[in-house]
Design a binder for this molecule. Structure first.
Ligand code: ADP
Ligand code: MG
Length: 687
């Protein structure tokens, strides 16, 4: 066989033929490199096993032993039960699998197996295994270690076979893998070498050693992303100089004096941080994160007025026209005492009006403009743009932000997001940004009571909705729509809207969902905002940004099907006026999950985000949907939060010395990061 290389196809390895290579391909393993990084998804730790002699009736235990005998026994009722007797050093254990006679073809005497399940009494002690793992044959040395790796497997390729192949080639593979982390950095952060880590993962001497190995690989994985983020940040800040604003205390002070209320201390802090950035020569690239209702808009307005009092223009961009209108109304009110009138630029304006509005931007007549994201995309010309504020930006990925930052005038950028996320994830997803946080809500806002109801309360809940509507209030009824069952879900929403319309002749009912075209959706939302529709049946499309203070009731159908963070986003649509609001979770069954009870008691978005993360473990929070494609194979959250800070520190240390990673010792780092994030290439072009 020719010399082994990392890019050698696995097919050429001893023990893997064409057919097995196909099975490996299904696991995403094509090359030697892939095989080496196909790491166990769990380990069986012999130290946590129960000796068979010690397994007591009523216990739930895991045991490993050799199959002594086996067979299928029919019962009188015609059920066929597979039986096996296992032995370990302490004694024997009988196991029974009712209705699984096929196991007779799978389990053979002499095999070493792991079983886990409850011990019950049936003519003696007997386990009814929930879990069965064939670890190997009696003479398989890899099956008898104290810590046994278990690999992700697939049809036609058992984890046992994978373990044997990896074990056979491990030393040869590890010998050719380069450690691309510069040695000095590895020492500084006390990380094992990649070789030691891979050894520990595939042939662990202890569970702790395997975990150390996993963490070393996790930091590599996190480092790739942090290199992208840190570089994006460098490009944003140093690539082009920004404007150095001066706090002239004209418009900003007038606004402070005109506000009908006192700013919260979080708002004051955020404004200080923003002003600090804006008065520096580098461009600002800051994220303002705060739950709905924490008062982000007025903070953003202070930033815009700082630009204006320096003779610059400012733009506020929203994701939809409706939200742009809403901002326009809010800002118009706040600016009226200052004698300032903002401009609203929307796609649906007539050609003449649009041209006039553009002319006012180009010659500087308009100082403050509000529009949709199209404002930057459509190459609108400004006379002197100093600041861009982008609302609800959480769906933008790092690469899109980088593109935005590379646009013309080099304005400062302030992003607003109403999705509070835990600090650890903020570093992941927004690692290229500086972050300001609004945590506390202004006092005196309408409180939201959250209640959990079961199907038995259904009629009463809807009667409450109807009464609210008849008394001049408004309500949302929210239904889940998920991709897998989208059609049925949409039908359910339609049915709900139709039946309410038919039943409640005295109440206006509307329906919005994600399949409506934006203009139709906006039309329904406007009707709701203007009070022509009192009850809005909606899917999660109302999650973002809509502000109807008169809506004080929200019923959420099937809350079981939502994540906690999403429920919290939905809930934020009520409680926006002075009046008390109600969020009613109408569970689909009387057997209500604990998480929903917890939800009714917590109203801090950050706390809910932490819970949500813990609940989902390795977190689809980072899944493709919300992160713009950032996903981790090895890193886990929240366990690896500390690694994330290390990876971030590492990335910054590397890039400080070598911004485009052009030095020889960093080439491998650069190649690997770009292999994972190809679109980041633009960030690393030299010169
Ligand atoms: P967000 O955009 O963060 O959801 P908004 O900026 O829309 O929140 O503010 C929510 C409401 O709170 C608005 O009606 C706003 O006028 C009001 N508000 C903002 N700051 C304060 C404050 N410090 N005290 C009282 N009310 C405030
Ligand atoms: Mg807002």
């Amino acid at each position: 066989m020719p010399q082994l290389r990392l890019d050698t196809p696995v097919q050429f390895l001893k023990g893997i033929g064409e057919k097995r290579a196909e099975s490996f391909a299904r696991l995403g393993v094509a090359s030697v490199q892939d095989l080496l990084f196909h790491i166990p998804h769990r380990y069986i730790d012999a130290s946590s096993l129960t000796p068979m002699a010690k397994a007591r009736v009523g216990d739930d235990v895991a045991c490993v032993g050799t199959v002594v005998s086996k067979g299928v026994l029919p019962t009188r009722k015609g059920l066929r039960i597979f039986h096996a007797v296992l032995r370990d050093a302490s004694g024997l254990l009988e196991c029974a699998w009712p209705g699984q006679s096929f196991l007779d073809r799978v389990i053979m005497p002499g095999q070493i197996v792991l079983v886990a399940g409850p011990i019950r009494f049936y003519h003696g002690r007997q386990m009814a295994p929930r879990e069965l793992v064939i670890l190997g044959d009696a003479d398989d040395p890899t099956a008898s270690g104290r810590i046994i790796p278990v690999y992700p497997a697939t049809e036609g390729l058992s984890h046992k076979q994978i373990r044997a192949v990896i074990n056979q080639h491990l030393d040869a593979m590890v010998a050719i893998v380069p450690d691309i982390l510069p040695e000095a950095l590895r020492e500084r952060f006390k990380l094992p070498s990649l070789r030691d880590a891979l050894h520990a993962l595939h042939r662990p001497t202890s569970a702790a050693a395997a975990e150390d190995g996993r963490r070393r690989l996790a930091i590599d994985e996190l480092l790739d992303l942090q290199l992208m983020l840190a570089r994006a940040r460098q490009v944003a800040r140093e690539g082009q100089r920004g404007t150095q604003f001066t706090v002239r205390k004209t418009l900003t002070t007038s606004l402070r004096e005109a506000l009908p209320w006192e700013l919260t201390s979080d708002q004051k802090q955020a404004i200080r941080e923003i002003f600090d950035d804006m008065t520096k020569a580098e461009r600002m690239h800051r994220l303002l994160m705060g739950d709905v209702g924490t008062g982000k808009t007025v903070v953003a307005l202070f930033a815009m007025l700082l630009a204006l009092e320096n003779g610059y223009q400012a733009a506020l961009m929203a994701p939809t026209e409706l939200l742009a209108e809403q901002h326009y109304q809010t800002l118009s009110k706040l600016l009226a005492p200052l004698g300032l009138v903002p401009e609203l630029l929307l796609g649906r304006l007539g050609a003449v009006d649009k041209r006039a509005a553009r002319a006012r931007l180009a010659d500087g007549t308009t100082a403050l403009v509000i529009g949709t994201h199209a404002l930057v995309q459509e190459q609108v010309a400004f006379q002197k743009l100093g600041l861009v504020v982008i609302d609800e930006q959480h769906r933008f990925g790092v690469e899109q932000r980088a593109a935005l930052m590379q646009k013309g005038d080099a304005p400062d950028v302030l992003l607003l997001t109403a999705t509070p996320i835990p600090r650890s994830l903020a570093l992941t997803r927004f690692g290229d940004l500086d972050i300001s946080i609004l945590r506390a809500k202004p006092p005196g806002r309408g409180i939201i009571r959250t209640a959990l109801r079961t199907p038995a309360h259904r009629n009463r809940v809807f009667e409450f909705v109807r009464k609210t509507a008849l008394a001049g209030g408004q309500a949302y009824v929210v239904l889940p729509v998920i991709e897998e069952s989208e059609r049925a879900d949409l039908r359910a929403a339609e049915t709900m809207a139709t039946s309410l319309t038919a039943k409640w002749l005295d109440v206006g009912v509307g329906l919005v969902h994600g399949r409506l075209k934006p203009p139709e959706r906006d039309q329904v939302m406007r009707a709701f905002r203007d009070g022509e529709v009192q009850v809005l049946v909606a899917t999660t499309v109302i999650e973002v940004g809509i502000d109807v203070p008169n809506a004080t009731v929200m019923v959420i159908e099937h809350p079981e099907r939502f994540g906690l963070a999403q429920l919290h986003q939905l809930r934020g649509r009520v409680g926006r006026g002075e009046k008390e609001s109600h969020c009613i979770l109408l569970a689909a069954s009387s057997n209500v999950p604990e998480r929903l009870r917890a939800f009714t008691l917590i109203d801090d978005g950050f706390e809910i985000a932490e819970l949500d993360l813990a609940e989902r473990g390795r977190g689809d929070l980072l899944g493709a949907r919300q992160s713009g494609g950032i996903d981790f194979k090895i890193a886990r959250f929240p366990e690896d939060t500390d690694l994330l800070s290390e990876a971030r520190a590492l990335a910054r240390a590397v890039l400080d010395a070598d911004p485009t990673l052009k030095q020889r010792e960093n080439k491998a780092l650069r190649d690997r990061a770009l292999a994972r994030y190809p679109r980041g290439e633009v960030l690393f072009r030299v010169g």
